[in-house]
Design a protein around this ligand. Structure first.
Ligand code: FS2
Ligand code: SF4
Length: 534
């Protein structure tokens, strides 16, 4: 096997015997086969779009789009560990490719051999990896939007174009523009998901979320899928079961159509890499709606349920009917059987805080844009930091906690995604009416951060790079890759990235990013703050 798509890859170079994430060599091989089948499907669909006898029915086109998103999502880190389901998905991709070829009167394309990429010249491998990992991350966002009934034809077409490019014998000049296109289309994709989430569940409003778990039966929901938690809240109404968010589900508390349920009580636990410890003695079921799933330990494996793209062998999976309905009865029954804690448990965050805030998405912040601009003009706010991205297990990640602690009292810290659990229970105080620490939401809510930055730049008549704003990002999996490419597509410079740089950036590709975007690895909080604040 060869896999180097995430930050924890073995030896910072590549997993070759088994994944550090728990993925077996067999699963890795099957995921490569699946990706090769997706590339062949994209290639067949590309032939068909050039063919004047194009007979692709709307339902076949829809099936292709669905399979592309499902197939890419299944290969993201910590999503699907189940060989049987990967084989099944691959067979469905083959069947769709055959139907496409027949409908368009083109020949069937054989599966692409992924080792052609892994064994290619290091710069080609690097660029093709950026494209592949970027579209994998983007597919997760498009999948959530699709679940809520939001799709975009240009986005669907781009997934095919990007996948097709992976099989081409192209050089840097052809591949580099596609890498940047991933960033452009991911902006479209995050905008689509933002629209899907806010039109369905309302604009997030800032809210304080308790970390106490009350006595009695409860369910912990983790991952990014808001429709899943919505259906679960509806099905647990008046059943004496409380719902707690975990990890990337925390921002659910801020959406009006979700926070209206009184049994959506609080948040349990921290970021994904702590799950094996946090779930060990939990008297409640845990529902995984997306990454990041770690192989469950024997101490709690009987309480894990998955849904959507997440699959683990011998673990109950909640499927969706054709109209999107999911029956969470097995999870509900498990919650009642386990019964929860016998008395309230007052948990705290990593720094000892008993509650966390969330909901500072674009609408909440921009509705106070006038006050923020005045505070910048008067000098009350000297600098904005976006300290955002994924968490992970590597020791160097306490950089982000220390960085936030050391930010000066006249600065605002914006955050999003699961890396925030390192500092989101800290009380950094306020500047006027604004808390100094504002959580904008999940990783896809990077869209909110972009909207706020662009609005501030417009208000000050300057570019985003001229704002007193610095981006200190942490990455782990492939959603971080597409977000980073979006920031680069927008021309944002001087991003600091950690805890280590991706193994899939070859020296030449890294040099290109440094020369054009002045991207740099994080160093120490002291040195980075000194450099930023001059
Ligand atoms: Fe965190 Fe894992 Fe959000 Fe990533 S929960 S690293 O998937 O997408 O971020
Ligand atoms: Fe290794 Fe990450 Fe790939 Fe898992 S996803 S096999 S940890 S590089």
């Amino acid at each position: 096997m060869f896999c180097f798509q995430c930050e924890q890859t073995a030896g910072c170079t590549g997993c070759t015997r088994a994944g550090v994430c728990g993925k077996s060599a067999m699963t890795a091989k099957l995921q490569d086969t699946l990706t090769g089948a997706l590339i062949a499907l994209a290639n067949t669909a590309a032939c068909s779009s050039k063919n004047s006898n194009n007979n692709l029915s709307a339902s076949l086109a829809n099936e292709i789009n669905h399979l592309i998103l499902e197939g890419l999502f299944a290969t993201i880190t910590n999503v699907n560990f189940d060989d049987a389901s990967i084989k099944n998905l691959t067979a469905r991709i083959h069947a769709a490719a055959t139907k496409t070829a027949n409908a368009c009167n083109v020949s069937i394309v054989s599966d692409y051999y992924m080792n052609n990429i892994w064994n290619a010249n290091e710069d080609i491998r690097s660029l093709k990896s950026l494209i592949l990992f970027g579209v994998r991350g983007m597919a997760a966002y498009a999948y959530h939007a699709m679940t809520l009934g939001y799709t975009d034809a240009s986005l669907n077409q781009f997934f095919l174009t990007a996948l097709d490019s992976l099989s081409k014998d192209w050089g840097m000049n052809e591949l580099l523009p596609i890498v940047m296109e991933v960033g452009r289309f991911n902006l479209t994709c995050m905008e689509l998901l933002d629209r899907a989430n806010t039109e369905t569940f309302g604009d997030p409003v800032p809210v304080s979320v308790s970390l106490t778990v009350e006595k009695g039966p409860f369910i912990v929901v983790t991952g990014h899928d808001l429709e899943d938690i919505k259906q679960l809240l509806e099905q647990t109404k008046d059943k004496g079961i409380n719902i707690y968010t975990h990890g990337e589900m925390l921002p659910a508390h801020a959406y009006p159509e979700l926070k209206k349920y009184p049994h959506l009580k609080g948040n349990f636990g921290t970021a994904w890499q702590n799950q094996q410890k946090e779930f060990a003695s939990l008297p409640a079921p845990i529902l995984f709606t997306t990454n990041c799933l770690m192989p469950p330990k024997a101490s709690y494996e009987d309480r894990v349920f998955t849904t959507g793209a997440v699959v683990f062998p011998n673990t109950p999976f909640i499927s969706s009917s054709t109209d999107g309905h999911k029956d969470f009865t097995p999870v509900i029954e498990k919650a009642l059987e386990l019964g929860g804690f016998s008395k309230d448990q007052h948990f705290t965050g990593i720094n000892g805080g008993s509650s966390v805030m969330t909901g500072f998405a674009r609408n909440a912040i921009l509705s106070s844009a006038g006050e923020i601009i005045d505070a910048v003009k008067s000098g009350a706010i000297r600098h904005f930091f976006l300290v955002a991205g994924c968490d992970g297990a590597r020791a160097g990640r306490n950089y982000y906690t220390e960085f936030v602690k050391q930010t000066p009292s006249d600065s605002i810290v914006l955050t999003l995604a699961c890396g925030k659990y390192r500092f989101n229970d800290l009380d950094l105080g306020t500047i006027g009416a604004f808390p100094r620490l504002m959580d904008m939401g999940q990783c896809n809510d990077a869209y909110s951060a972009i909207k706020v930055a662009v609005a501030l730049a417009d208000a000050f008549g300057c570019g985003v790079n001229d704002l007193p704003l610095s981006m200190i990002l942490s990455w782990y999996e492939q959603k971080a890759v597409c977000i980073l490419l979006t920031l680069l597509h927008l021309g944002i410079k001087n991003i600091k990235l950690g805890p280590t740089l991706p193994a899939f950036l070859s020296p030449n590709v890294l040099n290109y990013l440094v020369e054009h975007f002045a991207i740099a690895p994080v160093t120490t909080p002291e040195a980075d703050l000194k450099e930023i604040l001059g």
